[in-house]
Write a protein that binds this ligand. Structure first.
Ligand SMILES: [Zn+2]
Length: 172
């Protein structure tokens, strides 16, 4: 994974960009959805290997999972805005795998599980992979992860949010 900060920021930006009504609930669900795929690290505890379809960066990082998850949440919480909820949550969930596929370590992402079990990286892999577990994160490794995320995730998101902010202001 990238860190939870990187994943959360992309979801935050996605929600701000698409949801013109700025629903707080949708914002929280989007950030949660961008983090949820990494619950699959629990697979290691059950002895499921990394390369298994249900291993880390497997099914929960796939396009199918993003579809199922976003449809489920939009039906549970979307009320009369199900389509917007589904779009924001789909993109937020999928953004997790997309960021992971741009990280420098681990195995690739199983975007097409269960149809095809290959793992993928994008040609660009500038984001430093985040350590699994908190103790390791608060170390030098954690700092270099955050610096690479600041550059490749933080600055682009910040530019989008600032532009959005001024675009909204100029409409008032
Ligand atoms: Zn991940």
């Amino acid at each position: 994974m990238a860190s939870i900060f990187g994943h959360g920021l992309v979801a935050y930006t996605t929600s701000k960009l698409i949801d013109s009504k700025s629903s707080q609930l949708l914002l929280v669900l989007a950030i949660g959805s961008a983090i949820v795929p990494d619950l699959d690290v629990l697979a290691f505890k059950f002895g499921i290997s990394y390369s298994h379809p249900f291993g880390h960066r497997g099914f929960t990082h796939s396009i199918l999972f993003a579809i199922l998850w976003s449809v489920l949440l939009s039906f549970l919480f979307g009320k009369n805005r199900k389509l917007i909820f589904a779009i924001v949550l789909f993109l937020s969930t999928l953004s997790h795998g997309v960021l992971d596929a741009m990280t420098s370590g681990g195995r690739g992402v199983g975007f097409f599980i269960p149809f095809e079990n290959s793992r993928y990286f994008f040609p660009f892999r500038g984001i430093k992979v985040s350590p699994i577990g908190m103790e390791k994160f608060f170390s030098e490794w954690g700092i270099s992860v955050l610096l690479s995320e600041l550059k490749y995730i933080g600055i682009p998101c910040f530019l989008i949010l600032i532009t959005l902010h001024f675009a909204k202001k100029s409409k008032l």
